[in-house]
Design a protein around this ligand. Structure first.
Ligand SMILES: Nc1ncnc2c1ncn2[C@@H]1O[C@H](COP(=O)(O)OP(=O)(O)O)[C@@H](O)[C@H]1O
Ligand SMILES: [Mg+2]
Length: 248
């Protein structure tokens, strides 16, 4: 079953084509990883799928609905959420309040469901549930600025989950993390994938080849290859373009 149907997607920045005629179906099942050298267009592709950029050409369908050119807040309502390569949190606020802000925003979208509840209690309860699932409940009262880098990444993920997505796009969830932190995020992503479609941009090849059901390789904005982990590892073009090379 197709989740995303992407047709001829193209994005240019002046003379540079950052996404070049990408046509691709993404199924509902399994973890998809997107790899490619720096500048290959991975983040741009995420920005197009999540409404942060409008394509110059092409179409994006999500579950058969045309979402091309929709704004980020509209995309969220289709059940698509994302994390960012560079985590942005409310630094002065606590971990819990960072998640509460996200929950609050989402509940604002949903009409009158919580009218009969104490609104603040419902928001706090939902935010604590998300932190508990991510193993971060004990950090709830700490200022966001004070927590380790790995926990910041996880907190950002919790914020992304406040919109109740069915599909979540993670842009370099492992970047800059220690081995122990990477293990923790890997476990979390696996757990998340049991209930969500997970699409990851990542340079950590242990993660990519360890957990992906499908791998998409982008090169100069275009699709170089798409296949199973085994197929991609054995693909000579991919090896030449990317896997053989040191990642900056
Ligand atoms: N907003 C922008 N304006 C101009 N050029 C951009 C912009 N965003 C990305 N680019 C360029 O597009 C190309 C792809 O970037 P990006 O999608 O961030 O690659 P990746 O995430 O694979 O490293 C790069 O050459 C980058 O410099
Ligand atoms: Mg990027």
């Amino acid at each position: 079953m197709t989740l995303f149907s992407i047709q001829g997607l193209t994005k240019r920045f002046g003379a540079l084509t950052a996404t070049n005629n990408v046509t691709l179906d993404i199924g509902r099942e399994g973890i998809l990883s997107i790899i490619g050298p720096n500048g290959a267009g991975k983040t741009t592709f995420f920005n197009l799928l999540t409404g942060f950029l409008k394509p110059d050409e092409g179409k994006i369908f999500y579950k058969g609905q045309d979402v091309t050119g929709k704004k980020p807040y509209q995309i969220i309502r289709y059940g698509i959420s994302r994390s960012f390569q560079v985590v942005s949190l409310f630094e002065e606020m606590t971990v819990l309040d960072n998640v509460r802000v996200g929950v609050q925003r989402t509940l604002g979208f949903m009409n009158r469901m919580f009218l009969n509840y104490s609104h603040a209690d419902a928001v706090t309860k939902k935010a604590m549930e998300l932190l508990e699932e991510a193993g971060m409940a004990d950090m709830a009262d700490l200022p966001a600025a004070s927590i380790p880098h790995g926990d910041r990444k996880i907190l950002d993920l919790c914020v992304a989950l406040t919109t109740n997505p069915e599909t979540i796009l993670l842009d370099e969830p492992m970047a800059g993390l220690s081995k122990a932190e990477r293990f923790r995020i890997t476990q979390l992503i696996k757990k998340l994938s049991e209930t969500h479609k997970v699409i990851i941009v990542e340079h950590d090849m242990d993660l990519v080849f360890g957990i992906s059901d499908h791998i998409l390789v982008l090169h100069h904005g275009a699709i170089l290859a798409m296949g199973s982990a085994g197929e991609i590892a054995a693909n000579e073009e991919v090896q030449a373009a990317y896997l053989g090379r040191e990642v900056a």
